[in-house]
Design a protein. Structure first.
Length: 555
């Protein structure tokens, strides 16, 4: 049964000759002595809390989750546990051994090592707790037993500055950067698995949110900030602050008139009093500028005024502080361009007494061609008989008109990932499938030709179809599952179709539970002579609702 998210009760249970401990909190479970050593180190406890760092954020191999219960935060760890579901805001109950990390970058960080993959249960879903406001000086203070006040907690620090030259341009880097606020110095760790390295640096000053992790030879010092993402864990302050997004994000080129919402949120520290939105009319988006075609809503715009400009609006008298006081500008009766286009909507904001400055990341709206009925029709994984480059994916156009694939993306699961798709092929302007036709995407022309005797229509370095033990998501450290997805737009946009396949021995259930049913993945078998499909013409029904074939030859 699901329970509502809140401050959950902690039960501490000591295994062994000692009797059961009394009920308490996470703070009691991770209590430290005068030397900074957990007093329950080596003991088995059961704790409850809400996830503040989701699985897969800092590692694509191990379980690496943080939870809080209102009294303290705690790291949960399990080697090769990347496939365990633990999303932001989940309420969980977990059993493990109280431990202390001995290696950098987490020296002396208290953690709970899970006993098994089944030792964590999700009992509810909701919003994560708000971060705790702290300063650099507070993080620099020596811990006072019985508790390290901030270790494992999600925190927020305002007025932070860095040297922009320290920001890593290499997306594959793990790096520490020095920062300061008004009270002193702090260290921020940018983990490569978060996607922060290689992103644009924030402008000074900014607000940083992250979990506090210890890395020090002294068990009572060395508390550092680990952000989880570039947005929204780094937010600009003052003029140019705020986050914006649009709805819808994707419009078909033949959609006709539609209404576009531009949503603006503040950073929680600065109140946005005015902002300007400029539509990308030069890219072919149409809007008849006028007061009759614009509307304001949301609590942050209750008393605001709007002035229509040539390409958008100027809003004054706003009071947008955070997500609860967001403002929404609706541009009514817009029309999309005739061609495939991805366009930035330019947003500038200012605080009281300031001037309009561009925000750090503008929202993007895409125009895509009308959607044909395209499906993942056939998958040929590497069966070990030849080089893996002979693996292929076949798409079928079930429409009566040509399917133009510009703006589509094909993805699979990256090696040893939990359930995060990785783009393998972005289709271009010349890629299309005739009515009722097929398109084969292979690892290489030579591998495909050597196996099947003719070149595919499209050759791409995709190679997502390895055998179990190759790519995909892992179970107990062994890769045992794969999911191929066709997206309209970039990965993370709209899923057009997909197929899943897995090892029946290693993966009892589908790992990517967000795809289709809970158990609709095809078993991985030697593909020679094997077919499992829904043949609509014959009225057959396979193990999935997908029109999908795994066979020995391209259709």
């Amino acid at each position: 049964m699901k329970r509502s998210v809140g401050i959950l009760v902690l039960c501490v249970c000591i295994i062994g000759p000692a009797s059961r401990a009394s009920a308490g909190t996470i703070a009691e479970a991770k209590e430290i002595d005068a030397n900074g050593t957990p007093v329950r180190i080596g003991q088995v406890v059961t704790v409850s809390g809400v996830v503040t760092v989701s699985n897969g954020t800092f590692s694509d191999r191990d379980l690496d989750v943080h939870i809080e219960d209102g009294t303290a935060g705690l790291l949960l760890y399990l080697r090769n546990g990347a496939d365990i579901e633990a999303a932001l805001g989940d309420s969980v109950v977990v059993t493990g051994i109280v431990d202390q990390e001995g290696r950098t970058p987490r020296r002396n960080d208290t953690k709970l090592s899970l006993l098994s993959a089944g030792a964590m249960e999700v009992v509810g879903r909701g919003a994560p707790p708000a971060p705790l406001a702290v300063t650099a000086a507070e993080l620099a203070a020596t811990a006072e037993p019985p508790l390290e006040a901030y270790e494992g907690r999600l925190v927020r620090i305002e007025g932070v500055s860095i040297d922009p030259a320290d920001w890593p341009s290499d997306p594959g880097a793990d790096i520490w950067i020095a920062a300061t606020d008004a009270t002193g110095a702090l260290q921020i760790r940018l983990d490569r698995d978060t996607g922060i390295p290689g992103s644009p640096p924030p402008g000074n000053p900014f607000i940083v949110t992250g979990v506090i992790i210890q890395d020090s030879s002294n068990p009572l010092t060395g508390y550092h900030v680990w952000p989880r993402s570039r947005y929204p864990d780094f937010l600009e302050m003052g003029d140019g602050s705020g986050l914006a997004w649009v709805d819808p994000q994707v419009v078909e080129t033949d959609a006709g008139e539609f209404d576009l919402d531009v949503v603006l949120e503040g950073n929680g520290a600065d109140t946005i009093v005015s902002f300007e939105i400029a539509l990308p009319l030069e890219d072919g988006w149409g809007w008849n500028a006028g007061a009759d075609n614009v509307a304001l809503s949301g609590p942050g715009l209750a008393g605001a005024s709007v002035e229509v400009t040539e390409s958008g609006v100027l809003v004054t008298g706003a009071a947008v502080l955070d997500s609860l006081s967001r403002g929404i500008v609706t541009f009514e009766n817009m029309t999309p361009p005739a061609a495939v286009t991805a366009s930035e909507i330019l947003v500038s904001t200012s605080v009281d007494g300031g001037i309009l400055e561009p925000i750090a990341r503008n929202p993007v709206i895409e125009a895509l061609l009308p959607l044909a009925d395209v499906v993942v029709n056939e998958v040929f994984p590497d069966d070990g008989a030849a080089d893996s480059s002979d693996a292929f994916i076949e798409l079928r156009n079930r429409s009566d008109w040509t399917a133009r694939l510009e703006g589509f993306t094909l993805s699979d699961l990256a090696s040893a990932s939990r359930c995060s798709p990785t783009a393998r092929l972005a289709f271009g302007e010349s890629d299309s499938i005739p009515p009722g036709g097929y398109l084969v995407i292979a690892g290489s022309a030579s591998g495909f030709t050597a196996r099947f005797g003719s070149a595919p229509d499209v050759v791409a370095p995709i190679a997502p179809l390895g055998r179990v033990g190759g790519e995909g998501a892992s179970v107990g450290g062994v890769d045992a599952y794969e999911a191929v997805e066709l997206w309209r737009g970039a990965v993370g946009g709209e899923v057009v179709d997909y197929c899943e396949y897995k090892s029946a021995l290693l993966a009892e259930e589908d790992i990517c539970t967000g795809l289709g049913g809970d158990d609709d993945a095809f078993p991985v078998v030697p593909p020679i002579g094997y077919a499992l499909a829904r043949d609509e013409d014959a009225g057959g029904q396979g193990a999935s609702y997908l029109d999908f074939v795994m066979s020995s030859e391209p259709t």
